[in-house]
Design a protein around this ligand. Structure first.
Ligand code: SAM
Ligand code: SF4
Length: 353
């Protein structure tokens, strides 16, 4: 199929005071961009071995967008028809005064300019924020958890925090939030444990998404040692259970199956064995204001530079429209040779997973 020459319907300035289909951001492949993942910090209270090195160098505070800058960016995307916003990081809940930002962003949900405000978190501080998230209109959260075994959790995350995560899950569910568990499939650390994580989650009425390790950023270890293709995991699960294709979609890249024996859903996010780019409706902004049109490519637009150079709303809008014309069809991830450079040079904690 040829995608060249598809008209860009979002060129030029229109009435930016309200979202409408004329304002929509449509990429060169006809995909409407309706989803923004916004990283609010690069910092984290864990050090997951596949995500960052133990001695991670974090950014100076001045490099990170202020709450005012973040809010201005969200308003810009909302005016262009973005309906879903996911806060991520780093760990979003370690950002100072994050409760205040979440409350302010909740106003976009209250006036229906956003249909969904969500969060991806490691869960360590979730107990402190669950009520505030629910009050701000957050309905669902994704909590990353790669092992239920305290020793394995410690080995993967390099921190002894599993009890805090479990407390966070309890608090989130008590506050009425739907919780989905994100589990990165790791050959040596949790391959054997994945079925029991799924059983445990389904027992607590939580879906699970399994994620393949993506070659992002430098880590201390070697990714070839960590990489476990999800095709292997699915084959193993199918030997144990009946998986039925489920049409449930969250707007994300997960392909879901219903596990007949447990009644719960399991999703597979497999960028390497199964390219998920076709219906990609999302873009990602780093905590430093770089807009990446694709998780797996290095092309970006630097909105912080524009914000701090005094750009008007119209200037920012023009830059956004132009950036979307550069959204590529898809990524080219592959796990390369041992010790080869990562496919993209920034860690997931920088772009926001
Ligand atoms: N700190 C939060 C958390 O862990 O949920 C949010 C940010 S984290 C970067 C978002 C998701 O990306 C997590 O589910 C994490 O497991 C996943 N992740 C991080 N690095 C990854 C990598 N190299 N490959 C695949 N998934 C990764
Ligand atoms: Fe922190 Fe999330 Fe990266 Fe783990 S995956 S180190 S919790 S940012």
């Amino acid at each position: 199929m040829c995608f060249e020459g598809v008209p860009i319907q979002n060129q030029g300035m229109s009435d930016l005071t309200k979202p409408s289909s004329h304002n929509a951001l449509i990429d060169p492949f006809g995909r409407t961009i309706s989803y923004l993942r916004l990283s609010v910090t690069d910092r984290c209270d864990l050090r997951c071995a596949y995500c960052m090195p133990e001695r991670m160098q974090f950014l100076p505070k001045r490099d990170v967008l202020s709450f005012e800058e973040l809010e201005r960016m969200v308003a810009l995307f909302v005016r262009r028809g973005v309906k879903k916003l996911r806060l991520t990081g780093g760990e979003p809940l370690v950002r100072k005064d994050i409760g205040a930002l979440i409350e302010r962003l909740g106003a976009f949900v209250a006036d229906r300019s956003l249909s969904e405000l969500t969060l991806t978190t490691n869960g360590v501080r979730l107990a402190d924020f669950a009520e505030a998230l629910a009050a701000a209109g957050v309905k669902r959260v994704n909590v990353s958890l790669d092992s239920l075994d305290p020793a394995t959790f410690h080995r993967i995350t390099r921190r002894e925090k599993i009890q805090s995560v479990i407390k966070g899950l309890d608090a989130a569910q008590a506050a009425g939030l739907r919780v989905k568990i994100n589990t990165v499939a790791l050959k040596h650390d949790n391959a054997e444990e994945i079925p029991s994580i799924i059983e445990w989650a389904h027992d607590r009425d939580m879906d699970v998404s399994l994620i393949e390790v993506m070659p992002m950023g430098d880590v201390d270890g070697d990714r070839i040692d960590q990489y476990l293709p999800l095709t292997f995991v699915r084959d193993a699960l199918e030997r144990q259970w009946t998986l039925e294709r489920d049409d449930y979609r969250t707007g994300g890249p997960s392909r879901y199956y219903r596990v007949v024996q447990t009644g719960g859903r399991v999703g597979f996010i497999s960028p390497l064995t199964n390219n998920f780019c076709d219906g990609c409706n999302r873009v990602r902004m780093t905590c430093t204001g770089k807009l990446y049109m694709c998780l797996g490519q290095n092309d970006q637009t630097d909105f912080r530079a524009l914000l701090r150079a005094g750009a008007s709303d119209a200037d920012l809008d023009a830059a956004l429209v132009e950036a979307i014309t550069r959204k590529p069809y898809g990524h080219d991830f592959e796990i390369r040779r041992r010790n080869a450079a990562p496919a993209v040079d920034r860690a997931m904690s920088v772009t926001g997973g």
